[in-house]
Write a protein that binds this ligand. Structure first.
Ligand SMILES: [Mg+2]
Length: 391
């Protein structure tokens, strides 16, 4: 092994949200399933492979998906459940290397260079990850392997779904040559069109083009682009930093004009954030409320708790004060978006049952255990029910 040679794995769950739903609700298997926002401004988060045949894809407005696939099944995302599955998946990653860079709930880069001596070849490790994910979640992951991030990611994309593929450095140029230039992650629509105007459609054509000629049309970064088209990429896998903040927010189809409803949503957000903080063993001190007036004017208000906490009621009390102060300062308060986040984390305190907040923590714990048995949202505080009519 050369001293600077890296062994990188890219793992991406297949149609993640939709696959979790089809796993848990067998009646949805084999059907075109679209998970996303269902209101007039909703966007598709994920769709099943059956729905993709109709031309539906993620990030498409749900209204457009409904026109393409009127008989599809449309569901709102259940983030708490996807997060639970995500934790199982990331446990698998951390069993093979500490160098895990999560890109989303269901996608990560792993640098396994230091694991090869102990665990075997990159394919052995890749296979182990894929099998362990299947055993623990009954979901398929696509696994791509390569000497850098670019090739590992292309390898998983090219072999999806249920993929398993390695692109070795020596074969990179050959495998990449026929692929469209748009597949390079730095090439957006504008660059793609500029390349097309120059008659360059594939990575092979890009790699073989004269740099000086390209530079006059596209600028000097074009040499870096050509390096990518040859499969060269020296970005490192950056392991996750400690989480900076945990937040929840919602954009409303109908603007909120009633304070009681805004407060109910605030409580619901606080419960979600507090549960996620407790799952991760975190307590935060800074509460930030995000308020967006239509169409796009966003305000934030921030305050500190007296002591770090992961209690929904502690967060809510502070957040509600911030919301109320803003509300009173407005002539005609209207909210298009309302969000809350918790930051300023410290490690969790030892339980102190004589602490005045002990009772609150017990309520939170009961809620966590009921939600984990019966599904998130089974037990919510009364105030949150008000938000259910809208969601
Ligand atoms: Mg995915």
């Amino acid at each position: 092994m050369l001293p600077d040679q890296r062994f990188i794995i890219h793992v991406d769950m297949d149609a993640f949200y939709a696959s979790v739903e089809q796993r848990d609700r067998p009646e949805l298997r084999g059907l075109p399933l679209i998970v996303g926002g269902l209101g007039p401004r909703g966007v598709v988060s994920t769709c099943s492979y059956e729905a993709r045949r109709f031309g539906v894809h993620s990030a498409m407005p749900t209204a457009q998906a409904r026109r393409l696939c009127p008989d599809g099944v449309y569901l709102r995302p259940d983030h708490a459940r996807y997060e639970e599955v995500s934790e199982r998946v990331f446990e698998v990653f951390h069993e093979v290397t500490p160098l895990v860079e999560g890109l989303s709930l269901d996608e990560a880069f792993l640098d396994v260079t230091g694991s090869l001596r102990l665990l075997g070849s990159i394919e052995t490790i890749g296979r182990r990850i894929k099998d362990a994910i299947w055993e623990r979640t009954q979901l398929h992951a696509s696994v791509g392997m390569g000497p850098n991030k670019l090739l590992a990611k292309l390898a998983s994309e090219l072999s999806k779904p249920n993929g398993f593929h390695r692109i070795e450095a020596e074969r990179a140029a050959q495998e990449l040559a026929p692929l469209p230039v748009g597949r390079l992650w730095t090439v957006g629509k504008v660059t793609e069109q500029a390349l097309h105007r120059l008659g360059i459609r594939t990575m092979g054509e890009l790699a073989a083009s004269d740099t000086a000629r390209l530079a006059s049309a596209l600028g000097r970064q074009v040499a870096a682009l050509q390096a990518l088209a040859r499969g060269e990429d020296d970005r490192r896998v950056e392991p996750a930093q400690a989480e900076q903040s945990i937040g929840a927010e919602h954009t409303y189809d109908v603007d909120i004009t009633e304070l009681a409803l805004a407060e109910a949503w605030l409580l619901r957000h606080c419960e979600r954030i507090a549960a996620r903080a407790r799952q991760r063993g975190l307590q935060g001190r800074t509460v930030t409320v995000k308020l967006r007036e239509p169409p796009f004017v966003t305000h934030t208000r921030q305050a500190q708790l007296r002591a770090p906490s992961a209690s929904a009621i502690d967060l809510y009390e502070l957040a509600r004060g911030l919301l109320n102060a803003w509300w009173k300062s407005q002539q005609r308060p209207r909210l298009r978006l309302l969000g809350v986040s918790l930051s300023g984390f410290a490690a969790e305190r030892q339980q102190d049952l004589f602490d005045s907040s002990a009772e609150r923590r017990v309520t939170d714990q009961v809620q966590d255990s009921i939600n984990s048995r019966f599904g998130s949202g089974s037990l919510v505080r009364g105030g949150v029910l008000k938000t259910r009519q809208q969601d």
